[in-house]
Write a new protein. Structure first.
Length: 346
């Protein structure tokens, strides 16, 4: 529920505005003078302030000047309430940073329209700001990751060579420099389930480092001469604890990893084989596109990834080819119609 603070000297008008806003679903607070209004703003951090120009103690202009000087309150939108249209009050208020004004006596419809419009506009501004901050943090976090990798060992792995095994003590954060890496689990009967595939620029192994647990899955190189950067555990943990952008990046990846695994388990449980293979191809194509390549994966690995028999994978790929959803040339799969593939019925 959005919070609105009403600063109005007139008791009758203050109560009238409060009642209308509460009936419209807003959480409303009031104050009769500017000094109390500033104090309540600092305590409540409302989403919007309706402020009379001629307040006692501190005028509406003085309230606005104080709020604009504080980093905590400077972005709270303020609508001035004034007695005259076209007055100097309006010009002065807008020049100080007021967002809008309403002329007394205030029409109830005009009041609700102005409040809704200002809250909607401010919400969009905040969302855009959050997105910009998030993008900056991600970019800075990745830059820090690159800096951590300077002068660290880059190890070469042959195709199908194990990078780490389930139960191993985690010693590194791994970053793929070239080639691809497969993350998988093995059941008691030796059957593999591929959980993820990483390509150049991706990093992995951070979950077990963060939670200080043995590796809970396996990693092996898919391609010959796969190059992996090894960032020592101590350096990773030190940076995680001391750098906000880097920790934000890792937390975001942890959250995404959990969500992805949940979606994949639900897909294996409820989606058809066609739908699971389609989703896997789209996911793999996004990795391949980042490296300017088509999807190259063994049918056995694809069957492990979607939890079905290799024969089912071969049959489904043939069907997709006939339906002109994909093209297979020299062992590489290219998606021809991503929208149709993504919208296959489960």
């Amino acid at each position: 529920m959005e919070k609105i603070l009403v600063l109005e000297e007139s008791r009758d008008l203050r109560h009238n505005i409060e009642g209308i806003l509460k009936l419209s679903g807003y959480e409303v607070y009031t104050a009769a003078d500017g000094r109390r209004g500033v104090k309540q703003t600092m305590q409540l951090l409302p989403d919007l302030i309706l402020c009379d120009v001629l307040l006692p103690e501190l005028s509406g202009f003085q309230v606005l000047e104080i709020l604009k000087r504080s980093n905590v309150t400077q972005d709270i939108p303020v609508i001035f309430l004034t007695n005259e249209a076209g007055s100097d009050d309006i010009r002065k208020g807008m020049s100080l940073g007021a967002d809008d004004y309403l002329i007394k006596p205030i029409d109830n419809v005009d009041l609700l329209d102005a409040v809704a419009a200002r809250l909607k506009k401010n919400k969009k501004v905040l969302e855009q700001t959050d997105a910009q901050v998030s993008l900056f943090d991600d970019a800075r976090g990745l830059q820090i990751l690159e800096e951590l990798g300077r002068n660290q060992e880059v190890r070469l792995f042959a195709a199908r060579e194990r990078i780490f095994a389930e139960g191993d003590v985690p010693r590194y954060l791994y970053m793929v420099k070239s080639g691809r890496v497969e993350i998988f689990k093995t059941n008691n009967h030796g059957k593999e389930l591929v959980l993820d595939v990483f390509s150049a620029g991706d990093f992995f192994g951070y979950e077990d480092l963060v939670f200080n647990l043995p590796h809970h899955d396996n990693a092996l190189a898919i391609d010959n001469q796969t190059r992996i950067l090894l960032i020592p555990r101590s350096l990773f943990l030190e940076t995680l604890l001391t750098n906000r952008q880097f920790s934000a990046l890792i937390i975001k990846h942890l959250a995404n990893a959990i969500e992805t695994k949940e979606q994949r388990m639900l897909s294996i449980a409820y989606d058809s084989v066609r739908k699971r293979i389609a989703n896997a191809l789209i996911r793999l194509s996004e990795h391949a596109k980042a490296n300017g390549d088509g999807v190259k994966i063994f049918r056995q690995d694809l069957s492990n990834m979607v939890g079905t028999a290799k024969e089912s994978v071969s049959r489904t790929l043939s069907e997709f080819r006939k339906e002109k959803l994909i093209e297979i040339r020299q062992g590489k799969i290219t998606i021809l119609n991503k929208d149709r593939l993504a919208n296959l019925q489960g």
